[in-house]
Write a protein that binds this ligand. Structure first.
Ligand code: NAP
Length: 246
């Protein structure tokens, strides 16, 4: 994969899938801005990348805070001149059946998982268009395609992210900016480690490969979509799920 010394911003890069994405891009020579909610987690990832000879910077931003995202993007664009790759990965769950789901649970998930992608893609995507180059990869979920009981908020956010990505893919296509979705199935991270043993067993039973994926499985697909070689791919949804949602 070719990356030509690009600069990337990865949200949710402090742990799990985002950490693997940041590390994979950095191994390929990309200068990575690692964003997470806590300074500790993105700081540790950026420090490890730098210690391994890569280029990285940590930035603590609450992606559910629109004005904070806009301010961070403006400052980063001043510092770096341009950002070539944007990976909207930060996400949370607030699960519960809709009968018991509070409006706070709904809003928190929509703000963090979907509205954040709007703010980052607007603030960074438009400068990408002016530069006539860019790669946006949004991390959704198979739940955004097939739905899931107990995750109405999460499914709405992820399904919204898929439609949002297709819309900006159409807006940005003639300016050399691609936008694609990677939709993971069950991946071994903190997000899934909280699921009970029975739930994990039932989930594994639905996966043709009979196992949860690794964060690196998602990172590999994301890195390809961010590479120069993925030049003619836009508006697509790549499920990386061991065959679960086929
Ligand atoms: P994770 O291990 O829980 O890590 C989430 C990351 O997002 C953390 O670095 C966290 O920051 C960051 N984050 C959360 N809220 C944030 C906020 N308001 N502002 C800034 N950063 C925030 O999650 P994961 O499993 O790697 O999931 C990554 C993405 O993949 C999510 O969008 C998730 O929905 C999606 N996904 C995951 C799975 C799965 O099975 N794991 C399946 C499908 C889709 P801190 O480190 O500071 O806490």
């Amino acid at each position: 994969m070719t990356f030509n010394n690009r600069t990337a911003l990865v949200t949710g890069a402090g742990r799990g899938i985002g950490k693997a994405i940041a590390e994979t891009l950095a191994k390929n020579g990309v200068n990575v801005i690692c964003v997470s909610k806590s300074a500790e987690s993105c700081g540790a990832v950026a420090a490890a990348i730098t210690a391994a000879g890569g280029k990285a910077k940590a930035l603590a931003v609450d992606v559910s805070d629109g004005p904070a995202v806009v301010k961070a993007a403006e400052e980063l664009l001043k510092e770096y001149g341009k950002i070539d790759i944007l990976v909207n990965n930060a996400g949370i769950t607030r699960d519960g059946l809709i009968a018991r789901m509070s409006e706070d649970d709904w809003n928190a998930v929509i703000q963090t998982n979907l509205t954040s992608a709007f703010h980052w893609s607007k603030a960074i995507g438009w400068p990408m268009c002016r530069a006539r180059y860019g790669r946006i990869v949004n991390i959704a979920s198979v739940v955004g395609i097939v739905g899931n009981a107990g995750q109405a908020n999460y499914a709405a956010a992820k399904g919204g992210m898929i439609a949002f990505t297709k819309a900006i893919a159409k807006e940005f296509a003639k300016r050399g900016v691609t936008a694609n979705v990677v939709a993971p199935g069950f991946i071994k991270t903190d997000m899934t480690s909280v699921l009970g043993e029975e739930v994990q067993k039932a989930a594994t039973g639905m996966i043709p490969m009979q196992r949860f994926g690794e964060p690196s499985d998602i990172a590999a697909a994301v890195a390809f979509l961010c590479s120069e070689e993925a030049n003619y791919i836009t508006g697509q949804v790549f499920t990386v799920d061991g065959g679960m949602a086929m």
